[in-house]
Design a protein around this ligand. Sequence first.
Ligand code: SF4
Length: 333
Amino acid sequence: MQKKEWAEQIKQFQNGPSQELKKKALQTRLLSYGRGVFLRGLIEFSNYCKNNCYYCGIRAGNHHVCRYRLTQQDILNTCKKGHALGFRTFVLQSGEDPWFDDQKICSIISQIKEMYPDCAITLSIGEKSKETYRAFFAAGADRFLLRHETADATHYRKLHPDVMSLENRKKCLYDLREIGFQVGAGFMVGSPFQTIETLAADMKFLEELQPHMVGLGPFLPHKETPFKDFPPGSLNLTLTMLCLVRIALPNVLLPATTALATLSEQGRALGLACGANVIMPNLSPPEVRGSYSLYDNKKCTGNEAAEEIALLQKEVENDGFFLDFSRGDSRVH
Ligand code: SF4
């Protein structure tokens, strides 16, 4: 579809998806993945970051964050706990923290793979060189999440300092895909200066990239960032974008994000009803969860916590789905 056509679609549903659009998204998801909801255990292993994205609560310029790094042993212990709870995908997420060099990351990957060969490893650790991505893949990493955040270069400039570029972000995503990773792109809905046209550019870019996963949630402000006074993204527009992504990319893995659950009590259920089919409970050691604050009031307890899997299971079943404890690989090829 042309960018202009995407803009028209988004405009038509900017106040929320129609019943018809939701039905189409749900049907598409049922055809691709049935009623299963895949689980990912999220391990936030370092909140150090060298970057200064204007929207992010753990940006380098925020000196009010209590910084932490998990040790390799902490990470392995966390995987052990997650494996016992039934998780078969671990998402290792951090800021862009140079302390975790290639060797350390490769060692963590290979140790997890050695201990849990039945599990998939997803990395979410930012922009690296192609050689580094290759080394991670060779060590056993399966998937890589790198949200592009906006596919419009002018908008990208307004969200990030000059040292970062959309061009490099896109290059990383294409490099990852070429190496053989299952790749996740994605964006915030309602980020400052976003327009219908920039959202249309996001849809166009996703169509071109054909990612295996799309992480898509509302922008939520953090009080220690330059964007602290901007309003949060709209729940309804986020649901519209979930529907449109599901319909445009039927086989994509699409999380009902923590940001969506933070924005609204009903966020997760609504996300699942609009085509989402992945949930990422927080598996990080409870004592560090509060410090990985990308935005204010981020949920990390109750049904967002990995320990509360029974609670989550009940909730998901009430919504007409079931938790699928398999690795949950993408059906995009
Ligand atoms: S969004 Fe990512 S790269 Fe940007 S400051 Fe936050 S953790 Fe760092």
